[in-house]
Design a protein around this ligand. Structure first.
Ligand SMILES: Cc1ncc(COP(=O)(O)O)c(C=O)c1O
Length: 374
């Protein structure tokens, strides 16, 4: 039997169209994009086309896209870059359910005299806009709140949160690593100043990402060198992967509308199938305002390790709790959502992808029905 991959939030395979488009940049179009000869010019053209494609998916200008090595770098670039640039303010606001790629740069700033407010979330993982309103002070330099959560898939009301920040003249960043390529993310509709994109979450290679920087917004670079990427990200561009990121945007755009509902249906099939198999399951995260591919499910009476054991090594999922030997600790996201401790310990993240089929979902249900009855 073929293994089943349900860990697409961890990483996706590279789409065949993406691979086809990027390979020439490792072969004949290998020139340095800063060179004026034809090899360099061909490479530069690929990069600039990719910039247009990323901008097209996000609804912004090409000049507002910087290529980075991924979401971790993009997040660090904004959070530390604002801290370095901030004339105004030594206060930052984020949420308790961010990825470590936001939480750790914030904690880093705290060690250097900045203060950070970590906003709470409700039981569905939603930030209350009223809490943001209250947290902003005259000293606030940046609000950074994720577009969707990587563990439970809850999608925040970013447009409203960004409006609150903007009304108080505060910059707003959103880590959209898990959203771009899966659901509609348009910076023009969201009203954000900065937005993080991660290639390998939507069928581009690992080690490539982007940062949207609204025209006129100032950041200081983390790296210093030659003037690549408007001086914000020096170093010879990773041209092949940049081209791959652009291709991934082209692949994602026309299928967003159908693939989301298809994956949502598959997720429901999984959840309802587990219920029918008489397993006591609980859905973590928001039931509707969620990524269609992300199904974080707690199995009452079991730990995440029990469920992983029942699935075996051929069905790839992520535990929604950290397992250290026999000790199972609930994740910081489920803890922030106030999840019942024993349920949080039995949480598993099933994250679906374009290749996921009904037959695979049915096999997973059957495997768990048998494995957890024992
Ligand atoms: C929401 C979110 N932000 C940031 C990251 C970090 O991405 P990368 O490891 O590609 O830098 C991830 C990866 O899982 C993520 O899910």
């Amino acid at each position: 039997m073929n293994p089943i991959y349900l860990d697409y939030n961890a990483s996706t395979p590279v789409a065949s169209q993406v691979l086809d488009e990027l390979l020439p940049y490792l072969r004949n179009k290998f020139g340095n994009p800063s060179s004026g000869h034809s090899f360099g010019v061909a490479c530069r053209a690929g990069i600039e086309q990719a910039r247009e494609r990323v901008a097209g998916l996000l609804g912004c200008k090409e000049s507002e896209i910087i290529f980075t090595s991924g979401a971790t770098e993009s997040n660090n670039m904004v959070i530390k870059g604002i801290a370095k640039a901030a004339g105004k303010g030594k206060h930052f606001i984020t949420s308790r359910i961010e990825h470590p790629a936001v939480l750790e740069p914030c904690r880093h700033l705290e060690r250097f005299g900045y203060s950070v407010t970590y906003l709470p979330v409700d039981q569905f993982g939603m930030v209350d806009p009223a809490d943001l309103e209250k947290a902003i002070t005259s000293d606030t330099a940046l609000v950074t709140i994720m577009h969707s959560n990587n563990e439970v898939g809850t999608i925040q009301n970013i447009a409203e949160l960004a409006r609150i920040a903007s009304a108080r003249n505060v910059l707003f960043h959103s880590d959209a690593a898990q959203s771009v390529g899966k659901v509609r993310v348009r910076v023009d509709e969201l009203g954000v100043d900065f937005l993080t994109v991660a290639g390998h979450k939507f069928y581009a290679p690992k080690g490539i990402g982007a940062l949207y920087i609204r025209n006129g917004r100032k950041l200081l670079p983390l790296l210093h060198g030659a003037g690549h990427e408007r001086g914000l990200r020096p170093g010879t561009e990773n041209a092949a992967f940049i081209v791959g990121l652009g291709a991934a945007c082209m692949v994602a755009a026309p299928i967003l509308e159908n693939e989301g509902p298809r994956q949502m249906k598959l997720g429901k099939r999984l959840f309802e199938g587990l219920q029918k198999a008489r397993l006591k399951v609980h859905l973590n995260g928001h039931p509707e305002k969620k990524l269609p591919n992300t199904w974080n499910i707690s199995f009452e009476g079991f730990t995440a390790m029990d469920v992983m054991d029942a699935l075996g090594r051929e069905i790839a999922v992520s535990p929604g709790a950290a397992c250290h030997g026999d000790l199972v600790e609930p994740s910081h996201v489920l803890s922030a959502m106030g999840a019942d401790l024993s349920l949080a310990r039995g949480a598993i993240r099933f994250s679906l992808g374009r290749e996921t089929t009904e037959a695979e979902i049915d096999r997973v249900i059957e495997q768990l029905r048998k494995g957890l009855k024992k």
